[in-house]
Design a protein around this ligand. Structure first.
Ligand code: PEP
Ligand code: MN
Length: 340
C-alpha cells in the first residue's frame, strides 16, 4: 500500500503513520518529495488495510501498489528518481555515466595501461569471471582485486567489479565502489540479499532470459535489505536471432524508466559480441535516455584472454566517448566524468 500524505502534513503526522505501519510488522518506506510525502507500506496487505490509515491526520489517500515490485516502483516515488552518488560522481538524473574497462583483469601492465586510457566515469574489470566453460580462465581472484585497487589509487576512478560468490564478499567490498551482479546471477536470491546487506551500490544485470518484471523483482531483494543504490543493467537477451550474440533490448530503457525510479545502464559489449556493433548500439542507448553505458575496453583486444572480439581499442576510446556524449545530449543528459 502507498500512503499519500497531504501537502500540509506535519513531520509528527508522517511519523505517526510510520509508527502505525510498523506496529503491524510491516515496513514503512517514506519518500519525501518536494510537494508531498509518500509512505510505502510493505508487508501483508490485509494487515496494512486493517490499520485504517485513511482516517489518520495528514493522510490524503491510501492507494494499493499494483505491481509485485514495490520499492523499485516508480509509483512509490512519483516525480523523484534515484541518483546514486559514487565518490562525488552522480549516476542517474541529468547525469550520463560511462563505465569502461577490460572484461577481465589480466595483468598489472594491462590494468595500469587501460585505466588512465579510458578516463571514464568509473573503471570496470572482472577479478571473478562467470565463464560458460569451467575450463576457461576464471579470473585472477584476489590478485585481480589488488590490481584494481592499484588502478584506483593511480587514477582516482571508482571501481566496478563482479561478485559471483558470497564467500568473496569481504575482499570485493574492500576494493569495489560498485558491486556488479552478473546476468547469470540475477536470480541468485541468497547472493542478492547478501549484497543488499553489504551496503555498496549494485549494478544488477538482466538475466539472459529474464523479463523486466523479473529484473525488478531481483532488484527488490537488494532494496529490501535497506540498500537503495541499485543500477539496473540491460545487457542483451536471448532471442531466435543468431546473427549476433544477444539481442540488445533497447525498449527496456524507456520501459524500465516508466516502471521504476532506479537508474538504467546499458551494456552494448556483451549484447553485441563484436566490436563494430558496440558504437552504434551505444549511441542508440544514449539517445534513448539510458543513464549510462558499461563498455569493455582493452589496450590490446587481440591479446585479450576473454571477450577480445567485442572490446573497444583503448586508443580509440576518447573519440567513442565524444560521440556517446553527443548522443546522450539528445536525451538531455550530460556526461559526468569528474567528481562534482
Ligand atoms: C561482464 O560484464 O563481464 C559479464 C560477464 O557480463 P554478463 O553478466 O552481462 O554476461
Ligand atoms: Mn566480458
Amino acid at each position: 500500500m502507498m500512503i499519500v500524505m497531504k501537502p500540509t502534513a506535519t513531520e509528527d503526522q508522517v511519523q505517526a503513520v510510520i509508527d502505525r505501519i510498523e506496529s503491524c510488522g510491516a515496513r514503512a518506506h517514506p519518500s519525501r518529495g518536494e510537494e508531498v510525502t509518500v509512505i510505502g507500506a510493505i508487508g501483508d496487505r490485509e494487515h496494512v488495510a486493517r490499520l485504517g490509515l485513511e482516517g489518520h491526520e495528514g493522510v490524503a489517500q491510501v492507494v494499493p501498489i499494483l505491481k509485485p515490485f514495490k520499492l523499485s516502483s516508480a509509483q512509490l516515488r512519483p516525480g523523484d528518481r534515484t541518483v546514486v552518488e559514487i565518490d562525488g560522481r552522480k549516476i542517474g538524473g541529468e547525469s550520463f555515466s560511462l563505465i569502461a574497462g577490460p572484461c577481465t583483469v589480466e595483468s598489472r601492465d594491462q590494468v595500469m595501461t587501460a585505466a588512465p586510457a579510458v578516463a571514464a566515469s568509473l573503471f570496470r574489470g572482472g577479478a571473478y569471471k562467470p565463464r560458460s566453460s569451467p575450463y576457461s580462465f576464471q579470473g585472477l581472484g584476489q590478485e585481480g582485486l589488488r590490481l584494481l585497487a592499484e588502478a584506483k589509487a593511480e587514477t582516482g576512478l571508482p571501481i566496478v567489479t563482479e561478485l559471483m560468490d558470497a564467500r568473496d564478499l569481504e575482499p570485493v567490498v574492500e576494493v569495489a565502489d560498485v558491486i556488479q551482479l552478473g546476468a547469470r546471477n540475477m536470480q541468485n536470491y541468497a547472493l542478492l540479499s547478501e549484497v543488499g546487506r553489504a551496503g555498496l551500490p549494485v549494478l544488477l544485470k538482466r538475466g539472459l532470459s529474464a523479463t523486466l518484471e523479473e529484473l525488478l523483482m531481483a532488484a527488490e531483494y537488494i532494496l529490501k535489505e535497506g540498500n537503495p543504490n541499485v543500477l539496473l543493467c540491460e545487457r542483451g537477451i536471448r532471442t531466435f536471432e543468431t546473427a549476433y550474440r544477444f539481442t540488445l533490448d533497447l525498449t527496456a530503457v524507456p520501459v524500465l524508466k516508466e516502471l521504476s525510479h532506479l537508474p538504467v545502464i546499458v551494456d552494448p559489449s556483451h549484447a553485441a559480441g563484436r566490436r563494430t556493433l558496440v558504437e552504434p548500439l551505444s549511441l542508440a542507448a544514449a539517445a534513448a535516455g539510458a543513464d549510462g553505458i558499461i563498455v569493455e575496453v582493452h589496450p590490446e583486444p587481440d591479446e585479450a584472454i576473454c571477450d577480445g572480439p567485442q572490446q573497444l581499442r583503448a586508443d580509440g576510446f576518447a573519440e567513442y566517448a565524444e560521440k556517446v556524449e553527443r548522443a546522450a545530449a539528445i536525451a538531455g543528459k550530460v556526461l559526468s566524468n569528474e567528481p562534482a
